[in-house]
Design a protein around this ligand. Structure first.
Ligand code: G6P
Ligand code: FE2
Length: 192
């Protein structure tokens, strides 16, 4: 992976291709496989089996060249593949911003959802192309593909926001998102 980490960039035009889910010029790309999502699915045995059965790519994140440093405003496109593990829809790891900074997502293609949790309350934003989901400071966030095609969204966030994954492992996300008979179903983490 090429890293453009802390190099400042000049004013520029960045193209996003809705069909390909890419940004040009392109910065770092991240691929998350099932094995990278340890401890996140409710059914640990089913997660282990999915890792053993080919360890599929669950999502990828392509970034622009704007660096993740204070006062910059980086962007990325995340594409989550459709699927479920023991009924739990495929999702991002989810994270909290250590210094509680806001973020926006713009739905680009497919059908997803934005699950937010502030430690007490949960919120759900249905994400279709054109929806802007706003995450206020202090709300951990996770994205879920609720459709049967890849779900892509553009994220714009403060460069110094950071990613605290430990917070989600410790506190959960309030609810789990399952594939129900007639659509999406939610269950509380307390049901685990
Ligand atoms: O970091 P995750 O919880 O795995 O989510 C995947 C990605 O989603 C969005 O694109 C965020 O802006 C990224 O910062 C994040 O890395
Ligand atoms: Fe974030």
């Amino acid at each position: 992976m090429t890293t453009y980490s802390s190099l400042p960039v000049p004013p520029m035009s960045i193209r996003f291709d809705p069909a390909g889910g890419t940004l040009q010029p392109e910065g770092p790309t991240l691929t998350r496989r099932m094995s990278d999502l340890e401890g996140l699915f409710r059914d640990h045995a089913a997660w282990e089996q999915a890792v053993a059965d080919g360890d599929p790519v669950v999502y990828s994140v392509v970034s622009s060249r704007v660096p993740e440093v204070e006062r910059e405003l980086p962007q990325s496109i995340t594409t989550i593949q459709p699927g479920s593990t023991a009924g739990e829809l495929w999702m991002t790891k989810g994270h909290q911003h250590p210094n509680h900074q806001g973020e926006i997502y713009l739905g680009i293609s497919g059908h997803g959802g934005l699950l937010m949790f502030n430690g007490t309350e949960t919120e759900w934003v249905d994400m279709t192309p054109g929806t802007i989901g706003y995450m206020p400071p202090g709300w951990a966030h996770r994205s879920i593909n609720v459709g049967d095609e890849p779900y892509s969204f553009l994220a714009v966030y403060p460069g110094g926001a950071g990613h605290d994954y430990g917070w989600v492992l410790e506190h959960g996300m309030g609810r789990r998102v399952l594939a129900g008979e007639t659509g999406v179903e939610f269950v509380d983490y307390s049901a685990d």
